[in-house]
Design a protein around this ligand. Sequence first.
Ligand code: ACO
Length: 329
Amino acid sequence: MIPVAIRGMEFAVPKQAFTNDDMAKIVDTSDEWITQRTGIKTRYIASADENSVTLAIEAVKKLFDSTKINPDTIDLIISATSAPERPYPSVACEIQYAFHLEHAGAVDIVAACSGFIYGLQLARASIGAGIYKRVLVIAADTTNKFVNWEDRSSCVLFGDGASATIVEVSPDGKDDIKTINLYADGRYKEIISLNVSSTLCPLHEKPKEEPSKVIFMNGKEVYKYVMKRIPAIIEDTLQSADMTMENIDFFIPHQANLRMIEALAERMNLSSDKVLTNIAKYGNMSATSIPCVISEFMKNGTIKDNSTLLLSAFGAGMTAACAIVKVRK
Ligand code: ACO
């Protein structure tokens, strides 16, 4: 397979930071409860005129500015977006239009919080097969527009945001992707869900109740799924790469809940200096959470060009994904 480079990770968040104390003014909760149970202190929440598209535009603009890539050389745009304002046109198409990417195909993928790693794998596969040379991988979600604000155990968790990165033919022949494994298990499909069903069709009998249009999450079941499945998935991925935790510089898990991340690290005997998190500042940013951590820790010098990163995500579906990668500036 043709080796690929991952380059220039950037992200954008809404203007408005929202603290736990702010949350306690509109929901029956407290800073103490949210901090203890989740590790979250603040999150950024999109205003009425911010959405997945505006945030993705901001992240892509930063990416083009920092990498100096000629936008005309993008062959394909993949956006991992699971809670868009409009199922179509896709966020990817909006980006194609906003940046005049004349030669690019554009598609959104739905893998919830695993979406970024799914996007990396699809980009890698199309470049590896020699079909494309340069793919723009975006993650963009404004989950707060869809959470159930009457369910205090889920509405305190999420932050909005978008990220953008380039996956391209490696200029030096070194492959930044050691391995990526994708997983799905529909047996758990009801533990996190979002309906977009409608009752408009005149051929159908009107239901007694309008279908729910907000995110449903059974937090306890998600927690159990993660603790049962993710350690085995990580073990699988290390084995498939013929590596052990000793070969990993940093573990970057999906930022869903700090307690869960700490429990995973303990299960894997990982020292805390190897585990990178920023959930305290951003909450759970869905597919953007892992690229947001990578970007922040690259900018502060913790992650270097030759750092080996173990990425581990899970999301509604349930989907899961695990990757061993390097990332360049
Ligand atoms: N503030 C104050 N009290 C609360 C809140 C809140 N925000 N939410 C729930 N409570 C109360 C409950 O009412 C309950 O009170 P009771 O004992 O008097 O009945 C008590 O706290 C415990 O509630 P639980 O729902 O059992 O809380 P739990 O300890 O399970 O924590 C949480 C909830 C934080 C959601 C946890 O289950 C969790 O993090 N699960 C994983 C969720 C997750 O990862 N989601 C991923 C989202 S989607 C994705 O990223 C793929």
